[in-house]
Design a protein around this ligand. Structure first.
Ligand code: ADP
Ligand code: MG
Length: 364
């Protein structure tokens, strides 16, 4: 059994090399037979978690070629281990997943990207159109020119003209509007938003790489949103853009009242600039900076479980403290004094749950 496991491991790792493994080739062949794509070309991008290939689909009648992008998730285990935090706690994936089965996991990621793209593209946000999905292979619309050149990432965008500063400023506003629309209409937080996962063409931003995006009810969605806001702000500030404070953007994105499409959103953003404290006043500027820092480090509880640290509180009660706890009466009967540090069964359990590779199922 040990040997089988090792062979399987080897086979899984093969996908993480540049060559396509047998299973992936079979899936691509099937997709070709079904007409989702006609030809698969070279890699546009080889990443830690996935490779993206250029592809072409020929119209059966006219023969006209349409570019496609094919994202192939890698079945290597290690990278995905870290991504569990995005799935745990999301109701769409209740029951978690079998950490021991990397194939299932990559299938889940491809599925998640497909479903999130459907929502985002469906809401009219510029993004790849999801076209076909089979196991860990996703076919989507190609963001690039007719010759197969993909649009540059925002990071590499080469803006031209004598109003470049103004262009950056308006791209920033465009992105804030997109983030709000994504949150309010798609009910999604990107959760890996940065200049690397946005493509740029002709004044337009395109959102990509959404397999890790989560719904607002995910226990860490607001934390991810705050991270997205910080990344976006950092990037645009480097481009000389006059950015808004993180907290103001956070409110702009999450407040349900207000417009969810243009030109309303751009107007709402303009209003945020008008009403903000003047940065000319040094004191106010310093206060704002402190506030942003506080905001970034603030803990935003979203569920009762987060508000109440049950384990810690139980310990407190066990030590005869905790009369200040709101639920002290509720718990008082059930409490058993905790074991000394190091021998706690809870600690042991935690450790064994973290061991993901050995086929241990997370269960529900
Ligand atoms: P990763 O998980 O590896 O970051 P991404 O979805 O970000 O995967 O894609 C990696 C790169 O592949 C992108 O930076 C972009 O250059 C290219 N790419 C991805 N999707 C498309 C697409 N639909 N059209 C054109 N290029 C794409
Ligand atoms: Mg990416």
């Amino acid at each position: 059994k040990q040997d089988d496991e090792r062979d399987k491991d080897k086979a899984d790792r093969a996908t993480s090399e540049q060559v396509l493994d047998q299973r992936t080739r079979m899936i691509l062949l099937q997709m070709i037979n079904r007409g989702a794509v006609s030809e698969v070309h070279g890699a546009i991008s080889t990443g830690k978690e996935a490779n993206v290939y250029g592809a072409v689909s020929y119209d059966e009648e006219t023969g006209a070629a349409t570019q496609r992008a094919v994202k192939v998730y890698k079945t290597a285990i290690l990278v995905f281990k870290d991504r569990e935090r995005y799935i745990t706690g999301e109701h769409r994936f209740k029951g978690g997943f079998d950490k021991g089965n990397s194939r299932k996991m990559v299938k889940l990621w491809a599925e998640k990207e497909y479903r999130n793209l459907r929502r985002i593209h469906g809401a009219g946000i510029p993004s790849p159109e999801p076209l076909a999905l089979k196991l860990h292979v996703l076919v989507m619309g190609f963001l690039g020119d007719g010759k197969g050149w993909a649009y540059p990432r925002l990071r590499d965008a080469n803006l031209k003209g004598d109003d470049v500063d103004q262009q950056w400023q308006s791209l920033y506003a465009q992105l804030l509007g997109t983030m709000r629309r994504m949150y309010q209409v798609c009910k999604l937080v990107h959760a890996d938003l940065s200049e690397y996962n946005i493509l740029y063409h002709d004044g337009q931003l395109y959102i990509i790489d959404v397999s890790q995006s989560v719904e607002p009810d995910h226990p860490r969605s607001l934390e991810f949103l705050r991270m997205d806001i910080k990344n976006v702000g950092d990037f645009f500030r480097r481009k000389g853009v006059d950015t808004l404070p993180d907290r103001a953007i956070f409110n702009f994105i999450t407040v349900p009242e207000g417009p969810v499409e243009e030109p309303g959103m751009a107007e709402a953003i303009a209003k945020l600039y008008e009403t903000r404290p003047s940065a000319a006043n040094e004191e106010e500027a310093a206060a704002e900076e402190v506030d942003t820092e506080v905001f970034r480090n603030q803990y935003i509880p979203q569920t009762l479980e987060q508000v109440y640290d049950i384990e810690k509180d139980v310990k407190k009660l066990g030590l005869g403290e905790g009369s200040d706890l709101v639920y002290s009466k509720l718990l008082a009967d059930q409490v058993v004094a905790p074991k000394p540090e190091g021998e706690g069964e809870e600690a042991d359990q935690d450790a064994s749950e973290d061991e993901s590779e050995e086929g241990a199922s997370l269960g529900s």
